[in-house]
Design a protein. Structure first.
Length: 203
């Protein structure tokens, strides 16, 4: 039952963020200059569609379809997220739809992992729900609901710390290995790894 509540909460937040985005598009002044400097793939696409894959999302869709090519701006984006889009697009056909569903699934997975981690650390349910609300309502939390790599990064991070608490060394290794392929800051996972290893050596 608690998992259904978690899924419902994440879905509500996603719907609210998307609704706010579309209301903003329809009611606020439009910045053509910002639109023109953005990378667009494919060219001359309907503007309402591009609103669903702005900025980084365009690059991830491009990489999922075209791969890395010499001299392209998209090469600065890390590969794990576009690889997953490409893999799951065989099911959903549309890479844009796949990217949105993938971010939704990863955000739900992160919310569930956070619950399991909070319970493992013996905190109360109240602490969990407050943590989840703060996570999803934080101003930059809207990135979790877009076809960006933040949802994947958060999911793998939580997997790592949950694996640590459960002393699952294989999952720890796998998640620590994958994080740097998601975002450049993933290499910072080495800091808690070194702390945990040094504590283990002292014990």
């Amino acid at each position: 039952w608690v998992y259904f509540k978690i899924i419902a909460v994440v879905l509500v937040f996603k719907i609210v963020f998307l609704a706010i985005g579309f209301i903003a598009v329809l009611t606020l002044p439009y910045s053509d200059n910002n639109y023109k400097i953005n990378f667009h793939y494919p060219d001359h696409e309907n503007k309402m569609i591009t609103h669903l894959k702005t900025w980084d999302a365009q690059h991830y869709i491009f990489l999922a379809e075209e791969g890395y090519k010499k001299g392209r701006e998209s090469n600065r984006f890390f590969p794990l997220y576009p690889i997953l889009i490409k893999i799951f697009s065989f099911v959903f056909q549309s890479k844009l739809l796949t990217a949105h569903l993938l971010s939704l699934a990863l955000t739900i997975g992160s919310a569930i992992l956070l619950y399991k981690l909070v319970r493992t650390l013996s905190f109360t349910s109240k602490t969990y729900w407050l943590s989840l609300f703060l996570l999803l309502s934080f101003p930059t939390g809207f990135f979790l609901h877009l076809p960006y790599s933040e949802s994947l990064f958060l999911f793998i991070c939580l997997c790592y710390f949950y694996a640590y608490e459960k002393k699952n060394n294989l999952l720890q290794f796998l998640t620590a290995f994958l994080l740097p392929f998601t975002r450049p800051t993933g290499i910072l996972i080495m800091l808690p790894v070194l702390v945990f290893v040094s504590k283990g050596l002292r014990n």
